[in-house]
Design a binder for this molecule. Structure first.
Ligand SMILES: C[S@@+](CC[C@H](N)C(=O)[O-])C[C@H]1O[C@@H](n2cnc3c(N)ncnc32)[C@H](O)[C@@H]1O
Length: 332
């Protein structure tokens, strides 16, 4: 039986035959096609390290973020097989696409087209156990396995002493660690009523250097000052909320200060995670901040038992990249 144009496109992508890919696309072959094994032409080009073929397919509309049945994207394949140029092409495509999508979403929001308010989590019950804080759908808000990460975040934002701000108390892991550095002032913003009550019951309201601000960070910004260290880790919010928070950094972070955030974006796919690390670093760069990512191995903290009873494994990667952001003017 004759091969379809799309099957031929997959073959040409394996070969990296740009002329053939060009001809097939011009004749109408579909670049969004998935073959019987769940692979797209772009995945084949990436798997075999053909950067030019990947460029061609992307410019014809091949989706950079299509996933195979085993949740692997073209970028993951380029990464796994160490094809640097193809990886860079896909990374760039991912960042550009997400920048455009973000802009479209913001325009839609300005025009009042956004659905829902994202406030549900804050209105629902939460439950605490020894090793986790869960929402009403059994999704983990915070888990004990993150303790070493929180300790490293605290070290990053407390290095300069002075005043520290943490947004999102959760299980208080980062705040316990921040307290060990004896900051002059330690401000904690928390929006969930039950988390807030628990904070008070466990004595956080009585600590001399602690100031608790109850409410959504979006609503309590006028009560916040300028800090030497700022950490951000909320729940039930999106990339856009993190991005919004970053717009306030010039006021919240003192010159010479350090900012860090929980870097959990797309924590279940290695390539998408890299795209989001770079996207945040790019957008922080536009605001005047440099971002360094410190790799921390987490494989040993994450046994299967850790996830028992948890609806979604929000982190599946072997390495956590801890962001350390500083005003660019400090390093000039
Ligand atoms: C992932 S937990 C923080 C974990 C914390 N870093 C720790 O070490 O335990 C997120 C926290 O942010 C709170 N939160 C969610 N949305 C918020 C908002 N808009 N403003 C302030 N706090 C928020 C949640 O109630 C939750 O307690």
């Amino acid at each position: 039986m004759a091969k379809s144009a799309e099957e031929q496109l997959c073959e040409a992508a394996v070969e990296g035959d740009c002329a053939k890919i060009g001809d097939l696309l011009s004749a109408g072959a579909d670049p969004t096609y998935f073959d019987a094994s769940g692979m797209t032409p772009l995945m084949y080009a990436a798997r075999h390290g053909h950067a030019d073929s990947a460029r061609l397919l992307l410019s014809a509309g091949a989706p950079w973020n299509a996933l195979s049945p085993s949740n692997i994207s073209a970028g993951d394949l380029a990464m796994e097989h160490a094809h640097q140029e193809a990886f860079d092409v896909l990374l760039n495509a991912g960042i550009q696409a997400e920048l455009v999508l973000g802009t479209i979403a913001r325009v839609a929001e300005r025009n009042g087209e956004k659905e829902g308010g994202g406030l549900n989590y804050l209105e629902d019950r939460v439950s605490f156990s020894e090793d986790k804080l869960m929402d009403s759908e059994s999704k983990a808000v915070m888990m004990e396995w993150e303790r070493p990460l929180m300790e490293a975040h605290a070290r990053a934002v407390c290095g300069g002493g002075g005043k520290v701000l943490n947004v999102g108390f959760g299980m208080g892991l980062v705040d316990e660690a921040i307290q060990r550095y004896g900051p002059v002032e330690h401000t904690i913003v928390e929006a969930h009523p039950e988390v807030y009550e628990r904070m008070l019951r466990s004595g956080w309201g009585k600590k001399e250097n602690v100031k608790i601000v109850f409410g959504r960070w979006q609503d309590v910004l006028p009560q916040l000052e300028s800090y030497d260290g700022v950490f951000f880790d909320t729940y039930g919010e999106y990339y856009e909320d993190l991005r919004q928070f970053h717009q306030h950094l010039p006021r919240l972070l003192k010159p010479g200060g350090v900012y860090s955030y929980f870097n959990g974006l797309c924590g279940d796919n290695a390539f998408f995670h890299v795209v989001y690390c770079q996207l945040v670093a790019l957008e922080l760069g536009n605001l005047g901040y440099s971002t360094q990512f410190i790799p921390l191995p987490v494989k040993d903290c994450l046994t299967e038992e850790v996830w028992e009873g948890v609806k979604r494994k929000y982190w599946q990667l072997d390495t956590y990249y801890l962001p350390v952001c500083q005003p660019l003017s400090d390093s000039e």
